[in-house]
Design a protein around this ligand. Structure first.
Ligand code: PGA
Length: 266
């Protein structure tokens, strides 16, 4: 059986002191359950402090992004060796908040957010391979935007993102990857994807992995659902055969809610 993995993506939230307070509260609330991997992904600035606070706990650490070069003249970037140095074991790549074309307003966003980070299928693949080369476990996000869902393109979009992400990745390495199915319209909106539908798309991800890397890798690969996961919908989602965990944004900033989701997974 695949071990469920619950990851909290704290995004652009928290001073070092706030991150320490959150993880300290979380440590006190989390049950000791070795059957679930629990990961928090604080901002880069708080990684060292959170790592020190979690050394003797079951909480594991992840980065929110990785650059695909090891070092050099890349202002503002964080590399695999730097994440390892901070105590990270996991790293997210391809989050929808980072995918998109430079400087182009997103039709699906209600505010005036521009896609300033410009990640695409090519850079996501480079980042995933950089994570693997450094011994980090990739959490690779895929998912459709609302207009793609409304025009029946969900399955094709997700398949294409998975195929691109796994380019030049061996079946053995593929088996260690975590995919996060995150329908973009469900992120931070309170609109959770129905559990049956989330499970169906996670099944498409697994079948796509099988077609590229074989059945053993597809069986081993863990697939999270992400998008408005809360303690009250977690059990329904996590009980589905193709959903092996959750990538949690907003609810991971409240220790009691995040702990509730971990309990639902166990
Ligand atoms: P949300 O975010 O839980 O706030 O919807 C999920 C994510 O962005 O990974």
């Amino acid at each position: 059986m695949r071990k469920p993995v619950i990851a909290g993506n704290w995004k652009l939230n928290g001073t070092i002191a706030e991150a320490l307070a959150l993880v300290t509260e979380l440590k006190a609330l989390l049950p000791t359950n070795e059957n679930v991997d629990v990961v928090v992904c604080p901002p880069f600035t708080a990684l060292g402090t959170v790592a020190a606070a979690t050394t003797s706990s079951a909480i594991q650490l992840g980065g929110q992004d990785i650059f695909f070069r090891q070092k050099g003249a890349y202002t503002g970037q964080i590399s695999g060796p730097m994440l390892l140095d901070c105590g990270c074991k996991y790293v997210i790549m391809g989050h929808s908040e980072r995918r998109g074309r430079f400087g182009v307003p997103e039709p699906d966003f209600t505010d005036d957010v521009l896609r300033v980070f410009g990640d695409n299928d090519t850079t996501v693949n480079l980042k995933l391979r950089a994570a693997l080369a450094n011994g980090l476990i990739p959490i690779c996000c895929v998912g459709e935007i609302l207009s793609e869902r409304e025009t029946g393109q969900t399955d094709d979009v997700v398949r294409k993102q998975v195929i691109a992400a796994l380019k030049d990745v061996s079946p053995e390495e593929t088996a260690t990857v975590i995919f996060a199915y995150e329908p973009v319209w469900a992120i931070g909106t309170g609109k959770v994807c129905a559990a049956d539908e989330a499970d169906r798309v996670c099944g498409i991800i697994r079948a796509t992995v099988a077609s590229i890397a074989g059945d053993a890798a597809a069986h081993a690969v863990r697939i999270q659902y992400g998008g408005s996961v809360k303690p009250d919908n977690a059990q329904d989602l996590l009980g589905r055969p193709n959903i092996d965990g959750a990538l949690v944004g907003g609810a991971s900033l409240k220790a009691a809610d995040f702990a509730g989701i971990v309990i639902a997974a166990g």
